[in-house]
Design a protein around this ligand. Structure first.
Ligand SMILES: NC(=O)c1ccc[n+]([C@@H]2O[C@H](COP(=O)([O-])OP(=O)(O)OC[C@H]3O[C@@H](n4cnc5c(N)ncnc54)[C@H](OP(=O)(O)O)[C@@H]3O)[C@@H](O)[C@H]2O)c1
Length: 347
């Protein structure tokens, strides 16, 4: 039952992996916007803690190995958000359940092979069912895709597209560490208009950001945005770079998990993501800044859910966010609460 006025009252959103670090941010953002939440997971105690004392959260146990438990868990939901990574293990069973329930599916996978496989395996079934599947709607993946789509704007193609990400630190969650160990596939970039392997060793460069990052040493490190961009933007070459400081944190086994620095649970981590698009000698540049890459994933994915429920799609399929939404307007709608967005300017 969809309310086209945008009223979220009484609409139930299922969150698989609700008790994880990012899942909790997603649940909080859904509640803030007035949705009811079906919190799904495999750990009874963690789910009970999450739902305790909140009449708008219903806890339901389910496991990816047990399709009927997923079917029961999704009963009554208008849409499902999958927050349980590695998505190489959870995406296919949860999408299959979403298709059986005939509801939209979104996740926040940063894993290239998981997202590639979703496009390849589920485009046809999703189309046949009239269901929207939106993988990678997080900081890595969807945010880069939206920013690139906004930068490209009215151009029908670009010769060269780059995303540069600067983080002041990266205190990884257990899920990030597990996902990194699980996802050992060789990373992909776009060259000559096609997906192709990242050269080994990965190229390095330096990048001049705005304050507070200024000049940073970078390494090419593509995530799921590469797959999303390859599906709907006509780009000759695409490269995604990350500065070296957060990578050192990530690679150090002693780096602790993120710590809340305000009442919403956000950490003090600061991010800046910049896109530079070039076409026939013309250059456009745009960026977003904000706090906490895990926390910002919640408003990104919940905004997508709210838009999907408000304006149901005409034809089903697997979509990059830039295909479904007005990218610039989407980013603007998250400002200033969740991020700061500087629309594209010619340089
Ligand atoms: N694209 C992005 O920018 C972005 C942003 C945030 C997170 N992520 C991704 O989201 C995932 C979760 O991250 P997180 O920080 O929330 O990690 P987390 O705090 O460790 O939470 C992971 C959650 O997933 C559940 N889970 C994992 N494997 C499962 C399986 N096979 N079946 C059922 N549940 C499973 C865990 O349940 P248990 O507690 O029962 O193990 C837990 O609830 C990671 O893959 C991470 O890379 C991506």
């Amino acid at each position: 039952m969809l309310d086209h006025s945008g009223n979220t009252q009484g609409q139930k959103v299922a969150v698989f992996g609700a008790a994880g670090h990012t899942g909790r941010f997603v649940v909080a953002e859904l509640l803030r916007r007035g949705f009811d939440v079906i919190a799904i997971g495999r750990d009874k105690e963690r789910l009970a803690n999450l739902a305790e004392g909140n009449g708008s959260v219903e806890a339901r146990l389910a496991a990816v190995e047990d399709p009927s438990s997923l079917d029961r868990a999704l009963e009554g939901a208008a849409v499902v958000i999958n927050c349980a990574g590695p998505f190489l293990d959870t995406a296919e069973p949860v999408i299959s359940a979403a298709l059986r329930a005939r509801i939209a599916y979104l996740d926040m996978s940063a894993e290239q092979p998981a997202v590639l496989s979703i496009f390849e395996r589920f485009a046809e079934p999703a189309k046949a069912a009239g269901i929207a599947i939106v993988p990678a709607m997080g900081f890595y993946g969807g945010l880069g895709d939206l920013l690139a789509t906004a930068a490209i704007g009215d151009w029908t193609s670009v010769d060269d597209l780059r995303i540069a990400i600067a983080l002041d630190s990266w205190l990884p969650t257990q899920g990030t560490r597990r996902t990194g160990e699980r996802n050992t596939a060789h990373r992909l970039v776009i060259g000559d208009g096609q997906l192709q392997p990242l050269p080994s060793p990965a190229p390095t460069t330096s990048w001049r950001f705005a304050s507070p990052f200024d000049s940073q040493d970078m390494i090419e490190l593509p995530f799921s945005e590469t797959i999303l961009i390859s599906r709907h933007l006509k780009v000759g070459a695409f490269h995604n770079y990350l500065n070296l400081t957060p990578l050192r944190d990530l690679r150090d086994v002693n780096t602790p998990p993120p710590e809340a620095a305000d009442e919403t649970g956000r950490s003090a981590q600061v991010f800046l993501m910049e896109v530079v698009a070039q076409r026939k000698g013309e250059v456009r540049r745009t960026c977003v800044t904000g706090r906490d890459i895990y926390a910002v994933t919640a408003p990104l994915i919940v905004e997508a859910v709210q838009r999907l429920l408000r304006d149901p799609i005409e034809k089903g399929g697997v979509f990059a966010p830039g295909q479904l939404f007005d990218a610039g307007q989407f980013l603007q709608s998250l400002a200033p609460r969740h991020l700061a967005y500087k629309p594209a300017i010619p340089v």
